[in-house]
Design a protein around this ligand. Structure first.
Ligand SMILES: Nc1ncnc2c1ncn2[C@@H]1O[C@H](COP(=O)(O)OP(=O)(O)O)[C@@H](O)[C@H]1O
Ligand SMILES: [Mg+2]
Length: 320
């Protein structure tokens, strides 16, 4: 596991810049290590943008931040054919999506057409404009942020397309002690004594190698079965709690099982292990499943959300 050490260094660097938010930092690394896209949700001011910027600064890859706004058009993302009057022909001018690491910032502020263009690129790993299909880079990964859905002037992401994201991470406020440290770090950054200025950087080739190493992390058969049981339970809620059967519009697909296996392997990797343990799966299940469990209005009326259901599933199914 040659690359493992470099990622532990990168994790350290992230911890020196971002106070707390350990789960967030681990999940950013997990996304990078699996090539899975990640959706970060939380109110403004919790360092979502800053965390992604810090991660990107630690990787020697092309990075592009795209601020999503209500007036953004799909072509602003993908690029478009532009007429060149000198040559009398159309040339493709590539848009900001053609980079290795994309920060899609405040993704739910853009209208559905733009969101679809992004989600399509995430799924297909390519972009089609004017009948021509162009591949995206090998490393290509989207780290998106969104404000909680209750906020006005936002467009909820299409539920059926949310499972393009490997992980959906929900952030919470720091503790009072953490917030004191945040103040201190902010002062340090503005007034010189910044200890985190030497960035370690990881080459793209090393990230790709690490992805192969993560794919080789050992997972016992019994743990694969455990994953299938957890994901399967989201399709049969009545088996967990009789009255929940009627809440379900759609459960998680096999894509979720694959995602849970990959995310658990990457968590094992950044913890310096060469094999998955049940705790990895339990830790990753909420962020892998949260956005893939589609519930109807009666669930909301009964005060039941995806997180409550996932927790119950984890408690219900015996850990091997
Ligand atoms: N956990 C944290 N660690 C370090 N700085 C933080 C943290 N939480 C908030 N901040 C501070 O708050 C500011 C806002 O962060 P930002 O990334 O813009 O938030 P968001 O994208 O979530 O709205 C940052 O500049 C940073 O100084
Ligand atoms: Mg932000």
């Amino acid at each position: 596991m040659q690359s493992q050490e470099s990622f532990l260094t990168l994790r350290n660097h992230l911890q020196q810049t971002i106070v707390g938010q350990q789960a967030l930092l681990d999940r950013l690394l997990i996304a990078l290590l699996t090539g899975g896209h990640i959706l970060l949700e939380g109110p403004p001011g919790l360092a979502k943008t800053k965390a992604v910027n810090t991660l990107a600064s630690g990787v020697h890859a092309s990075f592009q931040r795209i601020q999503f706004t209500p007036d953004l058009m799909p072509g602003d993302l993908t690029g478009s054919e532009v007429y060149d009057p000198n040559k009398g022909e159309f040339n493709f001018v590539s848009g900001p999506i053609f980079h290795e690491i994309i920060l899609a910032d405040e993704i739910n502020r853009a209208p559905p057409k733009v969101q679809s263009a992004l989600l399509e690129a995430m799924q297909e790993h390519q972009v089609t404009v004017g009948g021509v299909t162009r591949p995206l880079p090998d490393l290509f990964i989207v780290m998106a942020t969104q404000n909680p859905l209750e906020q006005s002037g936002t467009y909820p992401l299409p539920e059926a397309q949310l499972d393009r994201f490997l992980l959906h991470v929900v952030l919470s406020y720091p503790t009072a002690d953490e917030e004191l440290l945040i103040l201190q770090r902010d002062r340090d950054e503005h007034f010189g004594s910044d200890k985190s200025s030497e960035n370690p950087t990881i080459e793209t080739a090393l990230v790709l190698q690490a992805r192969r190493e993560v794919a080789e992390i050992h997972v016992e058969d019994i743990l694969e079965k455990y994953i299938i049981q957890l994901v399967g339970a989201t399709r049969d809620l009545a088996s967990i709690e009789e009255s929940w059967g009627e809440f379900l519009v759609a459960g998680a697909s096999p894509r979720a099982s694959i995602a849970l296996l990959r995310a658990s392997s990457a968590l094992a990797y950044i913890q310096g292990r060469e094999f998955v343990i049940p705790e990895d799966i339990v830790a990753m299940a909420p962020d892998v499943l949260r956005h893939r469990l589609i519930l109807n209005h009666s669930a909301r009326a009964a005060g039941i959300d995806a997180d409550a259901i996932i927790q119950k599933i984890i408690d219900f199914i015996p850990v091997p």
